[in-house]
Design a protein around this ligand. Structure first.
Ligand code: ADP
Length: 165
């Protein structure tokens, strides 16, 4: 497929599940923008800038991936970047309802200019979510099967800082 696609998400933090989707989507499009959502309604573990830095390092070997952050409506951001395809990952049937609604809403908001392409997760990552990673790390569990080593250290450090304060 030609053109530029957008992969939006919270990525708090990015996991092997997200990275698998990024790798596969980057092979399908000329350019992939991974867009970190700055959402004031949620209190993330990492700031948007920290998340952008972590993803950038994790995808530094994929030349056609760019990492950015955005606020507000994803459809406005997509229009600004001239993107007509949004990539999303599907893990299980539980993702489906939310993802379907998100895709349809975005199609309506963009007046048909933004369509969504779903990639199904690689089975070994089907159980993985950022919340699972945080839940395990918070209690000192092993997250080496969920995130790259350098992210593992950053996540443990953040919980250690939190404990101190
Ligand atoms: P989460 O907090 O659930 O990881 P994100 O907002 O960071 O959610 O996810 C962005 C997109 O990546 C969503 O489409 C989500 O379904 C997808 N995704 C998240 N984890 C995985 C995974 N393990 N495999 C495939 N897709 C995933």
């Amino acid at each position: 497929m030609n053109g530029r696609a957008l992969y939006p998400g919270s990525f708090d933090p990015v996991t092997y599940g997200h990275l698998d989707i990024i790798k596969r989507a980057a092979e399908m499009f000329d350019e992939l923008i991974v867009a970190v959502l700055k959402n004031d309604a949620k209190t993330p573990l990492f700031s948007a800038d920290e998340r952008v830095k972590m993803i950038s390092r994790a995808v530094s070997d994929i030349p056609n991936v760019r990492v950015d952050s955005f606020e507000g409506l994803m459809t406005d951001y997509a229009r600004e970047k001239d993107c007509h395809v949004c990539v999303r990952g599907l893990r299980a049937i539980t993702d489906f309802e939310f993802e379907l609604q998100y895709a349809q809403t975005n199609r309506i908001l963009s007046k048909g200019m933004l369509d969504t392409v779903f990639l199904t997760t690689s089975l070994e990552y089907a159980y993985l979510s950022s919340s699972t990673v945080k839940e395990i790390a918070r209690f000192g569990g092993d997250i080496s099967m969920c995130v790259p080593e350098f992210i593992e250290d950053i996540v443990y450090d953040r919980y250690a800082e939190k404990k101190k304060s």
